[in-house]
Design a binder for this molecule. Structure first.
Ligand code: AVJ
Length: 321
């Protein structure tokens, strides 16, 4: 038996047209960029899971460590009978830790952009947690979507935003997203959010420049995706992977770098690339705890408690409306 995935109409109106629009727009501007959400097709989501296994890539491991260590304390804060809504659920490893500790959760709503990935994880969860109601929603959570209601009135809704996905958004957008989540919430509802902390630049930069080249493959998957889905003719061998810490902006930036002067066509459009010209494909912001707390406070979230690992690499913060 498979759990039926609720597809958000806005996700499916015309995904190819939306992808094309965003790519054309991003490549037409003076500093070229492509939204990082397009990494996560089926292949990209699988490569991302491989990144999480890398020695150099600490965030996933450390976040899991925090969740395992403080699982009891965290779920005690959330209380019983919660409706748990997870943003960018991916493979739901951290969610399992929450679900193992939560008392009588009413409903679990994983929200993810990759339908295949979502269906697989929802099925696996439904099998392992037979008493849990699961209502997966395939949606782009940066756009409006409807959160399914549980059969019983929950004591509170808790939005779970793990994986430092919030770091992918420019600061103004991150605040905007926190505001939108707050708008969907009632007073007393919670937000449990994981974000990556500022740290030694070498540690940060090696996490995005692994020796095995998995992150490079993740980055270049975007080129393959544009070729197969938009009929573009990028030559992936002619683009390099570049990731560095932008200290002033407090973020890792990931780019695809043109290895020579070249011309690429997408649909009827053609784009000229200079040698060394880049396409920015991702921001990954690193915050301090107080910086994040202040950002959230501006849009109505009150920080209740923050849990960190021993090295202070990563933070899991619980806030209430
Ligand atoms: C999934 C947003 C947490 O920013 O670290 C991993 C994605 N990009 N390696 C991150 C990513 C390159 C990632 N997040």
């Amino acid at each position: 038996m498979s759990t039926s995935v609720i597809e958000n109409p806005s996700l499916h109106a015309s995904p190819a047209a939306e992808f094309l629009d965003d790519v054309l727009k991003g490549l037409s501007s003076t500093s070229r960029s492509i939204p990082s959400k397009y990494f996560y097709d089926d292949t990209g989501s699988t490569i991302f899971d491989a990144i999480c296994e890398l020695d150099e890539y600490y965030p996933t491991r450390v976040e899991i460590e925090i969740m395992s260590r403080y699982g009891d304390e965290i779920t005690h804060r959330l209380g019983p009978d919660v409706r748990l809504v997870e943003y960018g659920s991916g493979s739901s490893t951290k969610t399992r830790i929450l679900l193992d500790h939560l008392i009588d959760p009413c409903l679990y709503v994983p929200v993810d952009i990759s339908i295949q990935h979502l269906a697989r994880t929802a099925d696996a969860l439904a099998k392992d947690y037979p008493l849990l109601s699961v209502a997966p929603v395939a949606a782009d959570f940066t756009r409006p979507f409807v959160v399914p209601m549980s059969e019983f009135e929950p004591r509170r809704t808790c939005d779970y935003f793990p994986g430092s996905t919030i770091g992918n958004f420019a600061q103004a957008e991150a605040i905007q997203l926190l505001a939108e989540i707050a708008d969907r919430c009632e007073r007393g509802d919670g937000l449990l959010i994981g974000f990556d902390l500022r740290k030694d630049v070498c540690v940060l930069e090696s996490a995005y420049n692994d020796r095995a080249g998995v992150t490079a493959a993740f980055n270049k998957n975007l080129l393959h995706r544009m070729n197969s889905e938009l009929g573009a003719n990028f030559d992936p061998r002619q683009f390099g992977h570049h990731a560095f810490f932008n200290d002033a902006a407090g973020r890792i930036e990931m780019h695809l770098v043109s290895q020579r002067e070249q011309s690429v066509s997408i649909a009827e459009h053609s784009f000229e690339f200079d040698r060394s010209e880049t396409i920015c494909t991702e921001y990954s912001h690193k915050y301090s705890i107080s910086e994040f707390e202040q950002m959230a406070a501006r849009v109505g979230w009150q920080c209740k408690k923050t849990w960190c690992d021993e090295r202070d690499y990563f933070a899991v913060m619980y806030l209430e409306r």
